[in-house]
Every structure is written in C-alpha cells, then in structure tokens.
Design a protein. Structure first.
Length: 355
C-alpha cells in the first residue's frame, strides 16, 4: 500500500509533463509496477465502491467477487483479499484473504495474531465463531476477547508435516491452528493448558466442534498436544472429526514403576511400617550368605531392589497426595487438584508447530 502511494505520487509528478495514460482496463493483467497505476491524487471517475471489498484489496482482475467475499464485509472482519496461490502438489487456493481481525457486533475487534492466510469460507467461519461464541465467552469471564493466537494457517505441506503424507488442509488454506484466546485484561485462555479453567476450554471445544468439520487437539494423534487444529475439510457423508481431550491437572506421563529409593530416604523398616509391616519390608535373604557370581553381584548393586509384587494400589493411593499419579486413561471428570502438581505453564513453546 505504501509503495502504491509513493508510486502514485511520482506518477502524479510525471503527469505534469507527460500525457496521462488511459485508465487501466479492468481485464488487464496485474500490473507489476505500482507507479503504472493512475495516480491516486488525480480526479478519477468515481467508481461505485464494491460492497464487502476491503480497501487495498488486490483481488485478481477480471474475477467477480465471490458470494463469500461479498458477505465478508468490514463489519464482520478485516480481511483484505489476496491473490490466488498456486503451489506445488495441489497447494494453494482461490478466493483467499488475509484475516487480520474479526469485528464484533459492537464494533470491537479481535485480532488474529499473526494475520492468517485462509480461504474466504474459512475466514467467514472463523469470524462467525469469534462473534457468536468467543466474544460472549470472554464476556462471561469478565473481560473481552482481544486476540486469537494463530499458530499456523496456510502452509504448503503434508499432514502433520510428514513428508509425502496427504496434503494438509493447511496446504489448501482451509485450516487454522489456534493455541489460545487472549483477553483484553491480559489473561490468556490457553486451550491445551491442562491447568487452564476447564469450563472455558470445554465451551471452546463444543463451539468449534459444532462449527468446523475437523477439530484435533490433545489426545487426538500426538501432533496436537499444544494447539487446536480447525479446518473445513469436506468428507464423504458429511463426516466430522472432533478429537480433543480436555486433560486436567497432571500430565498423563508418569512413571509406571516405583522410582528408585532416594539415598536420603529413612530406613526401610520405618518407612514401610505403616504400609506393609516389617516382615515384608526386610525379607530374609538366605542366598546372601552364599557366594554370588561376580556379574550378578554387580548387577544387584547397580540396580535398586526389584519391584515389589503387584500390590501397588494401596501404596499409590497412600502417596497420591505428594506424588504424581500413575499413568491413566483420559479422565474427563472434574477432580480436585492434588497438592503438588508439576507446572507446565513455563514450558517453552516449540519453535515450529508440529501439525
Ligand atoms: Zn493444523
């Protein structure tokens, strides 16, 4: 846009001495030099403003705006059209926009940060979602929606960044990966943070699963543990995918075996007293008196005591207050947060989204 204005100014200066070129026909191919356009400063026949076309939009010439484009007005989204993309392997798309912000019914804006290159239809779906579902959710949380944290939009690649895999909807500009929703008061609804308020995450999950044909989040395939994938893929029979497990509290990865006994632990007899009694805690070891082959002796020294017989249920329960729980299937029922839980909030985000 700046280049266009600058070019326009220089063209205007030149026009003082040079006869003006004829106005560019609508069907002409895209100009490669911005200065070749008629200067903005010269009086031009007033063209009727295209409803729904954002100013500065560079819609391909000779193509009438789509119904979607006409409907996606500045009252709904700041989403200037961008040229079609024709990439390798079927990548790209037509009727593309750069979705910069969603405009709420009250005129407030929810930024898409960074702006997302998506098809008009996807932009429209995202705008409808933010306007109808996210804005009221933010209000219910005592704030306003300020921004969508865009993790990835158009990108020419295979599914889950696997080389040779089927083209991702990202490659068709038909997908958006969202990490969270930023509120005006600075809070962030981090959609995959197991410590974020469950109610808010659940509300978002229900709204996206109703609006998008594909929703992939934590627990779906291992590629979506730190963001939510949304797309509008069309499948036979109208099949939809909504795979997003709302984890809570503790990470699902926990040691399956008891940890090695720490050196500073109290003597086993004392520690085991209340659980198993001294009899089991110090089993008689008649073989200790016998000569042991060197190799076995070494291994026994290096390794902690063999795991106890499978009777961990009571022990695990007893220590649940101070230790992470063992591996569990996805638990969707609310549960009170244990006293000591490892924080995942400070975890740095990966440099690139995996899917
Ligand atoms: Zn994705």
């Amino acid at each position: 846009m700046i280049a266009l204005v600058v070019g326009g100014v220089s063209a205007a200066r030149a026009s003082e001495h040079v006869p003006l070129p004829k106005p560019r026909p609508a069907a002409a191919p895209q100009a490669s030099v911005a200065g070749a356009e008629p200067a903005e400063t010269e009086p031009a026949p007033a063209e009727p403003a295209e409803p729904g076309t954002a100013p500065g939009a560079t819609a391909p010439a000779a193509k009438p705006p789509s119904a979607c484009r006409l409907a996606l007005t500045e009252q709904i989204a700041i989403a200037p059209s961008i040229p079609d993309i024709t990439g390798p392997g079927g990548c790209g798309g037509t009727d593309l926009v750069r979705l910069e912000a969603v405009v709420l019914p009250d005129g407030g804006r929810v930024a898409v940060s960074p702006a997302a290159t998506v098809r008009c239809g996807m932009a429209r779906a995202l705008a409808d979602w933010v306007r109808a579902d996210i804005a009221p959710l933010a209000t219910s949380l005592g704030s306003r929606a300020a921004a969508l944290d865009n993790f990835d939009a158009y990108e020419c690649r295979g599914r889950n960044r696997v080389r040779g895999a089927k083209l991702s909807e990202h490659g068709r500009a038909n997908a958006l990966d969202v990490r969270g929703i930023k509120l005006a008061d600075g809070r962030m609804i981090s959609l995959t943070d197991r410590e974020a308020p469950r109610q808010a995450r659940e509300a978002v999950m229900q709204s996206v699963c109703a609006r998008f044909t594909t929703v992939l989040g934590p627990g779906s395939d291992g590629y979506h543990e730190d963001h939510i994938h949304l797309d509008l893929a069309e499948r036979r029979g109208g099949y939809r995918m909504c795979q997003w497990a709302l984890y809570e509290g503790l990470p699902e990865i926990a040691p399956a075996m008891p940890l090695p006994r720490p050196a500073e632990a109290p003597p086993r007899e004392v520690a085991a007293d209340d659980e198993r009694g001294p009899q089991q805690a110090t089993p008689p070891q008649p073989e200790a008196a016998e000569p042991v082959p060197a190799e076995t002796a070494e291994r026994e020294q290096a390794e902690p005591a063999p795991p106890p017989p499978p009777k961990p249920a009571k022990r695990a329960k007893a220590k649940a207050a101070s230790k992470p729980a063992a591996t569990k299937p996805i638990d969707l029922t609310p549960r009170t947060a244990p006293a000591a839980k490892p924080s995942v909030r400070g975890k740095p985000a990966p440099a690139r989204p995996p899917a």
